[in-house]
Ligand binder design. Structure first.
Ligand SMILES: *Cc1c(COP(=O)(O)O)cnc(C)c1O
Length: 552
């Protein structure tokens, strides 16, 4: 570190410098800048170190609580960033990181993102985002077209319409889902006669106006937790986010859904929305969207499809039929930062009815004036970055056919991996991949056989031990830092109990079959650790002391 220079000082001269000077290429930051420009994958590979360091140890570097009194040199600070932040980051771009929905980015996203940052537009209003406003509106129209395929003369009328918006761009699927249900709520309690609408009068008076005792949202038990936040925020209450049971394929049980609707009627609670999931976060399954659309129509409620993960499947000629019925949804959420391969912080929701977003329209005097094209009049968020630029870049550069290839490859790879798991004696496939997500667990052959032969109530003890095996296995694998899968817990119909399972998401096109083999091989090695062996022996003992397993 350059200790032989004067300390950085807070002076006007230095202030001017940080707003005007660009970084010399031989400085620490300049060198990083060049490195990530030249070879971002190589940079991440070399600078994220696999040294095992606990979160607590890392916390120690981030524990001072007062803003530093004195300025510091950029290079000095950059050294800190390199050593303490970059080095211990998670290598989400690694092809062996197959546990979460965050994967590698196409190289052009980085320079485009820097350009976006340099322009520093605020798309809340046209006055700070000329060009970015029409561009964002175009992105929303493209997504709308992907989902709804309206006729060609539909779009010219709405795409740049100053009164309306085809959708809302936001920071992610959570805000997209909140926005969709917010619109649904405000449309359910629209102004009518004396009643000036829920936006004006609030939920209590809105319910009184309708003579109802509550409103509810229905989704399968695989629904994303963001819906719980929405239920809380919108005054629905988490109790009335009704989690409907799923069938053996993790899809909403339509019979149970109808039953829940009937129960709501008995309680004088209005169903505000049915939420279908196109790609559940845990298992990647898709609800029966056509049938849900029928039911929503029948009971006259909003139909939202949460396609945060699975939406881009619509790009695939081969697989888009899996989402049939999505075009009948009143609103659809799609995340940009998942399968559109855009950096974190990009979500979208589109509405079938181009006037739907008027239900949450908001105006202010200094911006968002009536009749202005300000995007902020139809969004939950206020100031926002020009992230739509990166979706625009992806759509333009990768194109429909490029995304199709990404989607098809991911699904293909998930099937390959499922076959490997199925054919491996020591693993049990828990959920088949409908898209590119699957779950499985470690379960040696003797235990698999015993579980198959045992009556349900006797399996619990063994499954509880296997849950612990799964948990430790995932933890040790993560800590070793070579490959990564995630884990989750849900009710598995076949075992009729909640199980802890390993979860794999195959979205990185660079993940090869060899890597998938390596994931399983590493897991077989990890289970040899004494701690895990002890658990497995206990499970085997449970088998042998049960009468049914005596012969085995
Ligand atoms: C990821 C996800 C969300 C939430 O999106 P964020 O971008 O994390 O806010 C909602 N629903 C589903 C199905 C998802 O997979």
């Amino acid at each position: 570190m350059p200790k032989n220079r004067d300390a950085a000082r807070a002076s006007l001269e230095n202030l001017y410098r940080i707003f005007t000077v660009t970084e010399a290429p031989d400085s620490t930051l300049g060198a990083i800048d060049q490195a990530i420009t030249g070879d971002v994958a190589g940079f991440l590979q070399t600078h994220i170190v696999a040294i095992e360091r606990s979160l607590e140890e890392i916390e120690a570097d981030f524990s001072s609580f007062a803003v530093p009194e004195e300025p510091t040199y950029v290079s000095e600070y950059t050294e800190f960033v390199k050593e303490n932040l970059v080095a211990h980051s998670v290598h989400t771009a690694s092809p062996a990181f197959v546990g979460h929905m965050t994967s590698a980015l196409p190289y052009f996203m980085l320079p485009m993102a820097r350009l976006m940052t340099a322009l520093n537009q605020n798309v809340v209003k046209v006055e700070t985002s000329k060009a970015f406003t029409p561009m964002e509106r175009q992105v929303l129209a493209m997504l709308h077209h992907l989902v709804y395929r309206r006729e060609d003369d539909f779009y010219p009328k709405w795409i740049h319409n100053s009164q309306h918006a085809l959708g809302a761009f936001c920071s992610g699927g959570t805000i997209a889902n909140v926005t969709a249900l917010w619109v649904a709520r405000n449309r359910l309690f629209a102004p009518e006669g004396e009643f000036r609408g829920i936006a004006q009068e609030g939920l209590v008076r809105a319910l009184k106006h309708r003579g109802a005792d509550g409103i509810a949202v229905l989704v399968s038990e695989r629904g994303h937790y963001s819906l719980g936040k929405a239920a809380d925020l919108l005054g629905i209450g988490r109790d009335d986010l009704i989690k409907v049971q799923t069938d053996e394929n993790n899809r909403i049980d339509l019979q149970a859904l109808r039953e829940e609707c009937r129960r709501l009627r008995e309680r004088n609670v209005i169903p505000l929305a049915l939420v279908g999931i196109a790609g559940t976060t845990e298992t990647g399954n898709i609800d029966p969207l056509e049938e849900m659309a029928d039911l929503a129509q029948e009971i006259g409620c909003h139909f939202h499809v949460d396609a945060a993960w699975g939406g881009p499947t619509l790009f695939s000629g081969r697989h888009r039929h899996l989402l049939d019925g999505i075009e009948r949804a009143d609103s659809v959420t799609i995340d940009g930062h998942k399968q559109l391969y855009v950096p974190m912080g990009a979500g979208m929701v589109v509405f079938k009815d181009p006037t739907a977003l008027s239900a949450i329209e908001h105006h202010a005097n200094y911006i968002l004036r009536h009749g202005s094209k300000d995007l902020g009049s139809h969004t939950l968020e206020g100031s926002r970055p020009g992230k739509a630029m990166l979706v625009h870049a992806g759509f333009s550069i990768i194109g429909r056919k490029g995304y199709e290839l990404l989607i098809d490859t991911g699904i293909e790879r998930a099937r390959t991996f499922a076959d490997k798991v199925r054919n491996h004696p020591e693993f049990e496939l828990v959920t088949e991949p409908e898209l590119n997500i699957l779950t499985y667990r470690y379960c040696p052959p003797a235990l698999q056989q015993a579980l198959n032969e045992m009556p349900a109530q006797q399996r619990t003890g063994i499954n509880l031990l296997l849950d612990q095996v799964c948990q430790l296995l995932q933890k040790y694998q993560r800590e070793a830092g070579k490959t990564f899968v995630s884990r989750t817990r849900f009710h598995v119909a076949r075992h009729d109990m909640e199980l802890t399972v390993l979860r794999v998401v195959l979205a990185n096109p660079l993940t090869t079959e060899e890597i998938l083999d390596a994931v399983l091989a590493e897991q077989c090695e990890i289970v040899q650790r004494p701690e895990i062996q002890t658990l497995l022996h206990k499970a085997e003992e449970l088998c042998s002391c049960l009468p049914k397993a005596a012969s085995w």
